[in-house]
Design a protein around this ligand. Structure first.
Ligand code: ZN
Length: 746
């Protein structure tokens, strides 16, 4: 079993986690015995010829997904046939009469499920970027089956005994370090998934996983419904007061798409709500938009997520108990870099207080400005972005719309490619001879600049559209590996930029440009991978480490080299003026109170909900109580309120794991300092150390060891505090784990 055959990574701002994050462990009727499964397999085999999802990927670059031939009706038979094929491969390994060895057990497992990997790669794309009512029916049926399928493998007694034998064998010391790490990963993952439970407990566990898979799918579909079916209609010029032209154009396009000519529509997603809240002069409309957005999944109607959350939390608590952990949070953290919930709470609490103090200062500044403008108001959550923008202009003479004129999507993409060339020696050239699933998607071939050798492919799906999840993410359609010959990777970046008028350059905000670089950091993590086994490849690392490569890459957008060459005015072609760059720099820690508190409040609620054990939780009440205890400032809300917290409730992926972003940011800020301390952001020696110890190693070594090899010590929190403009006191080390996490036995 490959643990992360499909890797999906979300940006902090991503509202809706596409469902395939959970798919790597998902499938089949638990009680199906092998015989009937095999029958199904041979029956399905005859259908293979007509089902393009089951075909080998063809063409250049070691083959690419046959996106142009996919029909929704293909998914169910393809998944069922591919699951059956993998199960029969696994049965052969489990029932091998030869004594267990690394080769005939662990390496053999790495060779299984090739067809399923291909099918799931495409399934994931449809789930996150091509979703519709027809596909949702397939998801609702197949996700619980995929969950059962995964349990069927991890609960295979004979298979686990072989894995355990390899892991405990004295011969293990003769394996390569990567092989030893892989043996440890298999053993640990199986134990964590319940391989040691008694048969009735195993059955109970699998039932819980299937129930959860169904609930996750319903949660996502409800959220998608509230984001697409609810919207704000503006009917007159007067209701557009304050909105920049680009936002008016986008709103008019939305209205046209919904057959409401002459009106303007603000959709219920972050990419339209945030700018509306920033610019609309109409306070009552801001409030209306804000309420619509923060109440997604919380409207007491058919798409309400509260009851689903209560059920998810109870099932997770029950599962943790079965597996021998006090809470779901303890189970989730056990194989992460942070190791325990307590360590994450310690970090979050250390940052919480200075961040709240900064919010008070920000609010005072906004209140003063509102007063000066003779607005007799108390700052409310729907005012925060609006007045923050005014303070930004007044204090730093920085207007986001002025900056935007220099941020053309195409140019910035060239800028990212240039950075990848400087840091990692990669070269990107467009290629048009591979199929895509939508005309907006473009593909680049990635080569080694020095040798000209093919490295991989990078797919880019930049624009928002119906049926595509909001937010931004990266995924890998195929992992780099060399178990049997050299397999190169295929990665993709996905975002939701608003498409401009035909023929006009797409201008994006500074925040969106940062997002672009962030996701590209994940892509480079995948593209730099240089390992043998696919389960250890690229971004298949702990969730609290995986944001480090992406967050550090964000820093290169503000380097003078990138700004001068690639931030050029969309009309004049002139590079961004130096004094504007300086104003951007001076304002870099502006509004960090807001950004940090809205993020941390979500991360703290996530952790506390999953530490609460098996009590029955009313999500709204729990959220209110927790925020009151934290003394959450009343002027802002959680970035993701519970009923719309897709990171946490659309899969297990980031559950008790939203802290990962700040944990990783401590590391990325500390790592960037290594460049600053040396020759600057393009220092060749530091870049090479980063490639060698972080970007290329995947999960072949413990992340704490990898970081020490790069930095010569553990990460410290100071760089993060400085980056966010918070006071630094004392040297608090974020002490990572002891070398190898021990598997927790029941
Ligand atoms: Zn990310």
């Amino acid at each position: 079993m490959k643990f992360k055959s499909i890797v999906t990574i979300f940006l902090l701002s991503s509202c809706l986690a596409p469902a395939q994050a959970s798919q790597a462990k998902d499938g089949f009727n638990l009680n199906t015995d092998m015989e009937s499964t095999n029958t199904q397999f041979s029956k399905a085999n005859s259908a293979t010829a007509e089902n393009p999802l089951l075909a080998k990927w063809e063409g250049a670059f070691g083959g690419t997904p046959l996106f142009d031939r996919v029909k929704v009706a293909n998914f169910k038979p393809a998944l069922e046939s591919a699951m059956a094929e993998k199960l029969s491969e696994i049965e052969r390994i489990a029932n091998n009469s030869a004594a267990p060895t690394f080769e005939n057990t662990i390496a053999a497992m790495e060779r299984t499920g090739r067809t399923l990997d291909r099918v799931q790669a495409v399934y994931g794309v449809w789930s996150s970027a091509m979703n519709n009512a027809e596909f949702q029916l397939v998801e609702s049926e197949m996700n619980p089956k995929l969950a059962a399928f995964s349990d069927k493998i991890s609960q295979n007694e004979a298979l686990f005994r072989r894995i355990e034998a390899v892991y405990n064998s004295p011969a293990k010391t003769r394996l390569t370090p990567e092989q030893q790490r892989l043996s440890w990963l298999y053993y640990t993952t199986f134990v964590r998934a319940g391989a040691r439970l008694k048969p009735d407990a195993k059955a109970g566990l699998s039932k819980i996983n299937q129930q959860l898979a169904g609930l996750f799918t319903r949660f996502s579909q409800n959220q998608l419904a509230d984001e697409s079916e609810r919207f704000l209609v503006l009917k007159s010029e007067a209701e557009l007061a304050g909105l920049p032209q680009s936002l008016r154009d986008a709103a008019a396009q939305q209205a046209a798409a919904k057959k409401m000519p002459g009106a303007w529509i603000i959709t219920n997603t972050r990419s339209s709500i945030d700018p509306f809240l920033t610019y609309s002069d109409r306070r009552e409309l801001r409030e209306k938009a804000w309420r619509m957005f923060v109440n997604r999944g919380d409207n007491g109607d058919a798409h309400d997520n509260n009851a689903i959350i209560t059920e998810i939390l109870q099932l997770r608590a029950e599962r943790a108990k079965l597996l021998g952990y006090p809470t779901h949070a303890h189970w989730r953290l056990d194989d992460k870099m942070a190791k325990t919930p307590e360590r994450t709470m310690e970090l979050m609490e250390a940052v919480w207080k200075p961040a709240v103090a900064r919010v008070r200062e920000e609010v005072a500044d906004m209140q003063a400005l509102a007063k000066k403008e003779a607005a007799d108001i108390k700052i409310e959550p729907w005012d925060y972005r609006y007045y923050a923008e005014k303070v930004r202009k007044a204090r730093y003479d920085l207007d986001q719309n002025e900056v935007k004129q220099y941020l053309q999507l195409d140019k910035l993409r060239e800028g990212m490619f240039w950075v990848a060339g400087e840091l990692f020696g990669l070269n990107f050239t467009p290629t048009s001879n591979v199929p895509v699933y939508h005309p907006d998607v473009r593909v680049w071939e990635v080569k080694d600049k020095a040798t000209g050798k093919h490295v991989g492919l990078w797919y880019f799906d930049p624009f928002a559209r119906e049926g595509k999840s909001s937010g931004a993410w990266m995924n890998a359609y195929r992992n780099q590996e060399r178990v049997d010959g050299n397999i190169t990777t295929i990665v993709s970046n996905n975002s939701n930029f608003v498409k401009g008028k035909p023929g006009e350059p797409v201008l994006i905000s500074w925040d969106d440009a940062t997002t672009l670089f962030h996701e590209f950091g994940h892509a480079l993590h995948g593209l730099s991978s240089n390992v043998t086994y696919p389960s250890l490849s690229g971004t298949s690392v702990a969730t609290d480490y995986v944001e480090f490569p992406s967050q550090i890459l964000e820093r290169w957008i503000s380097t003078p080299e990138v700004l001068q060459k690639f931030a050029v005015h969309y009309q004049t072609g002139k590079p961004i003026p130096q004094n504007l760059v300086e104003r951007i720099e001076r304002a870099s820690a502006f509004n960090q109170g807001f950004a940090t508190v809205e993020y941390l409040s979500s991360a703290l609620v996530d952790m506390k909900m999953h530490l609460a054990g098996s009590q029955k939780i009313d999500p709204d009440a729990f959220e209110r109580k927790t925020l009151a205890e934290l003394r959450m400032p009343s002027e802002l809300v959680m970035r993701h309120r519970t009923p719309q917290f897709g990171h946490v409730f659309s899969s297990d992926g980031y559950s008790a794991g939203y802290y990962s972003y700040i944990w990783s940011d401590v590391i990325s800020a500390d790592a960037y300092d290594a460049f600053v301390e040396a020759g600057g952001p393009y220092d060749k020696a530091v870049a090479e150390r980063l490639r060698k110890n972080v970007f290329s190693v995947g999960n072949t070594i413990d992340p704490a060891d990898a970081y020490r090899a790069f930095r010569g010590r553990d990460p410290k929190i100071e760089a993060l505090m400085r980056k966010r403009g918070f006071p630094v006191n004392g040297s608090k080390e974020v002490k990572p784990t002891p070398a190898k996490p021990k598997a927790k036995s029941r």
